[in-house]
Design a protein. Structure first.
Length: 216
């Protein structure tokens, strides 16, 4: 069984603790991370892309200072930014897409996700206790498989009916319509469900992340 705790998800910040010792994304305040009951147990931080709601530079800098042995795992496009936050490069593990990297009792495998900046998701395989996938800030999951996983943490930012209606209303009043960018860069609930239903088994669990809030 994969155990997880969502510190925050959405445009205000993203961070999820998995099995007490893995933090995926770090787009929240340092206080939010430090106050988490697993703060001292976390030994690996996985990062996906540079946007501030996933990559809080101040938090990463403070983590590197307070936890000098903490490891950071990331795709090549984030190495310079993590080092720029003060993390020791010797503590930064650089991942190639589609390759598995073992850490003791689990394997991390990143995969690319289309977005308006370079972005990735993560599959994590735990020895004897399950496998999971994490994917946010993407337009689609084309070509990605995650058959019979135990946990699916997947973005479901909007419903297609709702966003079409929001666009229509803004067009009528001549308002700026940021929803076009949402359509290009975020996953709809329908696409998320389609991916989940194609992959989930009888004992799988799914949780929607990065759901639309208010007028954001």
């Amino acid at each position: 069984m994969v155990v997880f705790d969502i510190i925050s998800t959405g445009s205000k910040g993203n961070a999820v603790v998995v099995n007490s010792h893995i933090l995926i994304d770090c787009g929240v305040s340092f206080r939010a991370v430090k106050n988490h009951p697993d703060f001292r147990a976390i030994n690996l931080v996985l990062l996906t892309h540079i946007h501030g709601d996933h990559f809080n530079r101040t938090t990463i800098r403070k983590l590197a200072q307070e936890r000098p042995t903490l490891r950071f795992g990331c795709p090549p496009w984030l190495v310079a930014d993590i080092a720029g936050c003060g993390a020791d490069k010797r503590n930064v593990d650089v991942y190639g897409m589609g390759t598995g990297y073992r850490y003791g009792g689990f394997v991390v495998e990143p995969f690319p996700l289309p977005h308006n900046v370079q972005n990735c998701g993560y599959k994590i395989f735990f020895d004897g206790c399950g496998k999971m996938i994490y994917a946010t800030d993407t337009n689609n999951m084309t070509g990605i498989e995650a058959k019979d996983y135990d946990l699916y943490l997947i973005e479901a930012n909007y419903t297609e009916e709702d966003i079409v209606e929001r666009i229509r209303k803004k067009q009528e009043t001549g308002e700026f319509c940021h929803e076009y960018a949402v359509l290009e860069n975020h996953l709809s609930r329908e696409k998320a469900l389609n991916f989940i239903y194609k992959n989930i088994g009888p004992n799988g669990q799914y949780v929607f992340l990065h759901q639309h809030e208010g007028g954001e």
